[in-house]
Design a protein around this ligand. Sequence first.
Ligand code: NAD
Length: 481
Amino acid sequence: MAEYSMTIGGEAAATEATFAVLDPATGEVFAEAPECSRVQLAAAMESAAKAYRDWKVDEEARRDCLRRMAGVVMGSIEELGSLLTSEQGKPLADAYGEVFGAGMWLQYYADLERPREIIQDDTEAFVEVVRRPLGVVAAITPWNFPLVLAFWKIAPALLAGNTLVLKPSPFTPLSTLRVAEMLREVLPAGVLNVVSGGDELGAWMTDHPVPRKVSFTGSIETGKKVALAAAPDLKRLTLELGGNDPAVVLDDVDAQSVANGIFGGAFTNNGQVCSAIKRVYVPEGIYDDLVEALAERAKAVKVGPGTDPDSKLGPINNAPQFERVKELVADALANGARAVAGGGPMERPGYFFEPTILADLSDGTRIVDEEQFGPALPVIAYRDLDDALERANATHFGLSGSVWGADEERAADVAGRLECGTAWVNTHVSLAPNQPFGGFKWSGLGVENGPWGLAGFTEIQVVHRSRSGTGLNPVTSTVVS
Ligand code: NAD
């Protein structure tokens, strides 16, 4: 069995305890991951705080490091990708794509210009708005895209001058541990610490006095706990949380022309995407055609182990998530929904679930109202567009959404009425390093990516140089006679 170590202070940190990591394609344990103790977490925080003193000083050196990190990641696509497939379940091609994405994010931030923000430059004063780093960042990630989502945090946090202690999900710790092992050779000790353990370790991190910021990606339920834990210390927060994205189809499309896009937006990564399509609203006139077109694709898609080059979808990542998808689909069927494709688990080892299209159901059914985060898609008929939009927005979720129409302008107008952080037109889950990503309502707080995401890893400092020669200004001059 391969060995994996945590990275603390630039070195391997051995642990007394370990925990099992399962291959979701078999349900069998294939590796052990180190279980971080409280003492080791304290050491990681201390080493990040110590490293911060030098790391924050030289932006060019940081950019250089980010470029070298990108080189290491891009040079390890096969090794990291196959490890990712083993622990996450996704097909190898998708895993390679995810590692490539991690490298892209590093390259993007290595080169992102940070223009000076001078707001006054005259005889009275020179006033500049400067972005200062925060200090140590506690970063916590989920199991659906363990690597790329880690680098959505690592790249901007490091460019801004912060140092990190990062914890991956206990379901998918290995690729993150391994990439940190690789990066020891390019990063100064303590700049990036990676620890692994269960949910309790996440809670210790958010309670810890050292981090000045918590950057969290995960469920709404846990996000609220993180916000509560951060409050007494006023730690800065970015929360990227769950979604229940609607796709609203307009009446000027034909079913076949949108079926591929909607199927891809719903089933990519086996539906385990925060911003996947999780419910589709379709005009009555094309409802049967679109349901049929989606069902055809669901029946045709090849599901199998991620290591099989023919597999397009892998298993669900873990047993609790598998049980949840099973429960939500069974609940829908018990309440009158029709499974036009799939409808239950596949009869084989591991957490495989049939790609499922559910018809003849509406809002008020759990799988429509809640986040299923798996390969099952409810399709809902509507008669009146205003009513459909009202239903699409009648939720605490607000991550993203999409509108599908032949008339792009009209579709864009309708998309603007969705209450969510990203409103796509004729596409879904189209993300890029320069595009800010975040949620309205309970789907998040703050954004990641682009200069906006970078700003989230900084405090604003105003540097105001007086040029009046007296030290007085219109406010203070009134007290001097
Ligand atoms: P989760 O909330 O169960 O766990 C996420 C991380 O938080 C894990 O590392 C976990 O160990 C840790 N954690 C658990 N309890 C904690 C606590 N009390 N304090 C601190 N950390 C704690 O989420 P998950 O099941 O791993 O991921 C799936 C969820 O993540 C879905 O809801 C999905 O929509 C969401 N997600 C959101 C985005 C986004 O960018 N908005 C991206 C991916 C996933």
